[in-house]
Write a protein that binds this ligand. Structure first.
Ligand code: DAH
Length: 333
C-alpha cells in the first residue's frame, strides 16, 4: 500500500531529524495533515484491516511529530506561532509525495498483477524485426505492419511498437510455466494529437503452461477489472483480430460515470473498451521452439494512458509529458 509506505517513510524522517526552527514545526504539521487527508480520501476503497493498519501508523506519526515539536520548544526560547527566521533548507511542501499520474497507474497495475502471482519483467525498448514483428506472426509485408510504423535506427534495430515483444524475449529465455507481466514505453511514428503520441506506455501480461484455456484469460481479466474499478463493474468480451492471438478478443467494461446506461464517454453504448487479448497463437509458440501440442497460453495488452484517461478523466495524452505543473499537481495528495 503506497500510503503506508509514505507514512513509514515520514516516521523514519521525523525520527531521524531534529527541528531547528519554527518553519520546521509548520513543515511537520503540514506533512501530518497531508497524510491524514490522503488517508481520509481513500477511506472508501480500503478494507477494515488496511484502515486499522494505517490508523495505527498515523497515530505513531502524530506522536513522533508532537514529541519533536515539544522537544524543540523545550530547548529553544521560541513559542508556537512566533514568526522568526525562515529555514531555507526545508523541503518544498508542495511537492511532498507527488507522483506522476502514469507512475500512480503503473504502481496500481504492479499491485494488481503481482497479487495474482504474475512476475514483473523488463526487456528491450530497442528491438529487432524478429522480436517486434516476425516472431509475433507479423512477417514482412503483413498489413498489420502498416498500423505500427516506428522509428528505425541506422545500422539496424527499431524502437518497439508494443510490449508484445516481451512475450518472445521471455519465451525464448525462460522455462515453462511462465506467468509474467511487463510495463514499458512503446513507440509509433504517429502525428502527435490529443489521442495519439509517438510514445506511450503499455502493459503486457501473459501465461504459458499446460492446459491454459480461455476461461483462465477471462477470469484474469475479470479480476483485473474488479481490482482497478470495483466489484460491481461488468465485463464484456468481443471477438477481435491480432496476428499473434488465436482467437483474439477485445475487452469492454461497463461505463462508470453512467453505470452502463449510456453517456458521452461511452458514446451512448454503456461500454468502454479497456484492453486487447487472446490465446497466444500456436504459431508464435512454435516460433520460439515451444511444443504447441503440449503447451498453450494467453496474453493481454493494455494502454496505461488509456486507463489513466478512464480513471482520471484526462482527455489529452500530451498532458502527460509536457510538465504542466497545474495538471500534475492535481494528482498530488
Ligand atoms: N500489442 C497490441 C497492440 O499494441 C496489444 C495486444 C493485443 C497485446 C492483444 C496482447 C494481445 O498481448 O493479446 O496493439
Amino acid at each position: 500500500m503506497l500510503i503506508i509506505d509514505d507514512i513509514d517513510r515520514a516516521i523514519v524522517d521525523v525520527e531521524a531529524n531534529e527541528i531547528v526552527s519554527n518553519d520546521g514545526v509548520v513543515h511537520l504539521r503540514k506533512l501530518l495533515n497531508s497524510l491524514v487527508s490522503r488517508f481520509s480520501q481513500s477511506l472508501d476503497s480500503l478494507d477494515g484491516d488496511e484502515k486499522r493498519e494505517i490508523g495505527i501508523r498515523i497515530n505513531k506519526l502524530k506522536k513522533c511529530v508532537e514529541l519533536k515539536i515539544n522537544k524543540f520548544y523545550a530547548q529553544s526560547s521560541r513559542t508556537e506561532g512566533e514568526i522568526v527566521d525562515s529555514d531555507l533548507t526545508l523541503p518544498c511542501l508542495d511537492h511532498i509525495s507527488c507522483r506522476h499520474p502514469l507512475k500512480i497507474q503503473c504502481n496500481k497495475m504492479v499491485d494488481c498483477f503481482t497479487s495474482l502471482g504474475f512476475i514483473q519483467v523488463e526487456t528491450n525498448e530497442i528491438e529487432d524485426d524478429w522480436h517486434n514483428f516476425t516472431a509475433l506472426n507479423i512477417p514482412e509485408y503483413h498489413p498489420a505492419r502498416d498500423e505500427q510504423d516506428t522509428f528505425f535506427i541506422d545500422g539496424g534495430g527499431l524502437l518497439r511498437t508494443h510490449t508484445s515483444n516481451v512475450q518472445i524475449r521471455i519465451l525464448e529465455q525462460c522455462k515453462i510455466p511462465i506467468r509474467c507481466f511487463s510495463i514499458g514505453r512503446v513507440f509509433r511514428n504517429e502525428t502527435i494529437s490529443a489521442r495519439s503520441h509517438c510514445f506511450f506506455y503499455q502493459l503486457e501480461c501473459f501465461c504459458v503452461d499446460r492446459n491454459v484455456n480461455i476461461s483462465d484469460l477471462k477470469s484474469t481479466l475479470l479480476y483485473v477489472i474488479h481490482y482497478l474499478f470495483g466489484r460491481n463493474i461488468k465485463m464484456r468480451i468481443r471477438p477481435s483480430y491480432f496476428p499473434f492471438t488465436m482467437p483474439g478478443i477485445e475487452v469492454d467494461m461497463s461505463c462508470i460515470p453512467c453505470g452502463g446506461v449510456g453517456c458521452q464517454l461511452c458514446k451512448y453504448s454503456g461500454w468502454v473498451e479497456i484492453c486487447g487479448g487472446g490465446m497466444i497463437d500456436p504459431n508464435v509458440l512454435n516460433n520460439v521452439g515451444i511444443d504447441n501440442k503440449l503447451y498453450s497460453g494467453f496474453a493481454i495488452g493494455m494502454g496505461i494512458e488509456r486507463l489513466s484517461f478512464l480513471i482520471n478523466k484526462v482527455s489529452d495524452i500530451r498532458l502527460y509529458d509536457i510538465n504542466v505543473t497545474e495538471f500534475l499537481r492535481q494528482f498530488c495528495m
